[in-house]
Each structure stands twice: as structure tokens, then as C-alpha cells.
Design a protein around this ligand. Structure first.
Ligand SMILES: Nc1ncnc2c1ncn2[C@@H]1O[C@H](COP(=O)(O)OP(=O)(O)O)[C@@H](O)[C@H]1O
Ligand SMILES: [Mg+2]
Length: 248
């Protein structure tokens, strides 16, 4: 199987400490992948490198057969390689509807000055996207009036509005209630089935990814500690030690 994304030898240091230390990774199209590891393992830094928010000191990244190592984030988005951030990234003073509408319009490469004429065209697509994430009823609400879980779902709708082929979700359930967490996981499952988007979910909580992902990569101290199917990871001794060690 040829990988949709493949990275080899990625390195990134902060103040002499290697946050990502020679990481190789392959992400095939259509498989829901989880990246787990304790806080500080290097998960977010790895996603920053893969999505172009940070440049690697060494290594190479290929996406859809092309070398994207030197491309900045916006150029990777244009190639349909997207992500959500660990912290929700929406326009809090705009309505739920407007947030998704802007994402749709800018995806089609329109200038801000043409925002109003373009608005009608995107409305149908915005409706579909908001119904999909369960926020259609709340479309007129200002985004800062939503619960944290609802904001996370809006953030996801905004990202999906750009039509990603590969989408990294950095801790999509962090800070939400247990009920909203389960809703979010169900939503990601549905989206993974319904869309042609390949999802990679980053989490520090093992249980979250076990029910969701078909393949799990475990990071520890900047390196890949283990990779495999959820059952194999659950039984992996080194992984258990890392997680139990964290709890002690
Ligand atoms: N911008 C930064 N400046 C300095 N150190 C950083 C920066 N970002 C991350 N780090 C360090 O790199 C390591 C990995 O962090 P991170 O990638 O955020 O881990 P994770 O997402 O797995 O919790 C940690 O030791 C963290 O303190
Ligand atoms: Mg992180």
C-alpha cells in the first residue's frame, strides 16, 4: 500500500532538547490512525512538522507522492493537508454559520472583498456541514456562546470545509465533558466513513483512541515507542510501563 503521507528521519529540537528525534511515519489513505503518548512526548511537535507549522531540522516529508518538506503550512493546506489545533481556533465574535461560511469561501480562493457576493453560493454547503456536526440548530449563535464541546465540533466543521484529504486532530476531546467527548468520538467515526478524508487523531488518553483508531503509533520522549493495532498496543509491555509510570 502506498502511503498518503510518509515522513523519514524527522528531527526538531528546542533549546538543545530533541522534541522529535528521528521519527519515521507512514499514513495510508483511509485508515484512522491514532498518535498517543504522555504529555511532552512530542506529539504536537510532530504534527506541527507534518503540517508545516514548524520546519524540521532534518528529514523528509512526502504527501500524495510529492516532496512537501520545504512547503509552509498554507501551501500544504492548499494541497488538502489540514489540521485542528490543541486549542480551539475559531472566530469567537462571529456566528456559527459565518465561521463555516468563511472557511468555505476562502477555500474557493475568493478575496475577502468578494465575501458578500459569494455568501449565497456557499450557503447550501454550509448547511450540510453544520448538520453533519450537529450544530445547524445553533447556526445563529455567536461562537463564544457555545459550550466547549460545541466549539470543538465547530472547529472540526471549519477545518472540514476546506476539503482535506488528510486531517490531523490534535486532542479533539481535551477540555470537554465526558458526554461531549463521546459525541465527538462518534462524530469522528462517522466522518471517517462518510468523507474521503483520512484522519489522524492525537491524544494523551489511551482509552479515547482505542475505540476509534485502526492503527496506533505511540510516542515517548520524541521517538516512536511502538506501532500496531489497538489490541497489540494495549498488550505492549513498554507502552504499559510508560503509561503506568506516568500515573505513579
Ligand atoms: N515552542 C516550544 N519551545 C520550547 N519547547 C517546546 C516547544 N514546544 C514543545 N516544546 C517541548 O517539546 C517537548 C514535546 O512537546 P509537545 O510536542 O507539545 O508534546 P505533546 O504534544 O506530546 O504533549 C516538551 O518537552 C515541550 O516542553
Ligand atoms: Mg500536545
Amino acid at each position: 500500500m502506498t502511503a498518503l503521507l510518509s515522513a523519514t528521519g524527522l528531527v526538531k529540537s528546542f533549546h538543545g532538547m530533541r522534541a522529535v528525534d528521528h521519527v519515521d511515519m507512514e499514513i495510508p489513505e483511509g485508515r484512522v490512525t491514532g498518535i498517543i503518548g504522555p504529555n511532552g512526548a512530542g506529539k504536537t511537535t510532530l504534527v506541527h512538522l507534518l503540517t508545516g507549522h514548524l520546519m524540521a531540522e532534518a528529514g523528509r516529508i512526502e504527501f500524495d507522492g510529492a516532496d512537501i518538506t520545504a512547503l509552509p503550512a498554507y501551501a500544504r493546506v492548499r494541497r488538502n493537508l489540514c489540521r485542528t489545533f490543541q486549542i480551539v481556533d475559531i472566530f469567537t465574535r462571529l456566528s456559527v454559520f459565518q465561521n463555516v461560511q468563511i472557511a468555505r469561501i476562502t477555500r474557493h480562493g475568493r478575496n475577502w472583498r468578494f465575501f458578500m457576493p459569494a455568501a449565497g453560493e456557499a450557503a447550501g454547503e454550509v448547511e450540510v456541514a453544520l448538520k453533519e456536526v450537529g450544530l445547524w440548530e445553533l447556526r445563529h449563535r455567536q461562537a463564544d456562546q457555545l459550550s466547549h464541546g460545541q466549539q470543538r465540533r465547530l472547529d472540526l466543521a471549519v477545518t472540514l470545509a476546506t476539503g482535506p484529504r488528510l486531517c490531523f486532530l490534535d486532542e479533539p476531546t481535551s477540555g470537554v465533558s465526558p458526554h461531549e467527548r463521546d459525541q465527538m468520538l462518534e462524530l469522528i467515526k462517522l466522518l471517517a466513513k462518510a468523507h474521503r478524508t483520512t484522519f489522524v487523531v492525537i491524544e494523551h488518553d489511551m482509552e479515547v483512541v482505542f475505540g476509534l483508531c485502526e492503527w496506533i503509533t505511540v510516542m515517548h520522549r520524541g521517538k516512536i515507542l511502538a506501532e500496531g493495532k489497538p489490541d497489540a498496543i494495549r498488550d505492549n509491555r513498554a507502552v504499559r510501563e510508560v503509561y503506568l509510570g506516568e500515573e505513579v
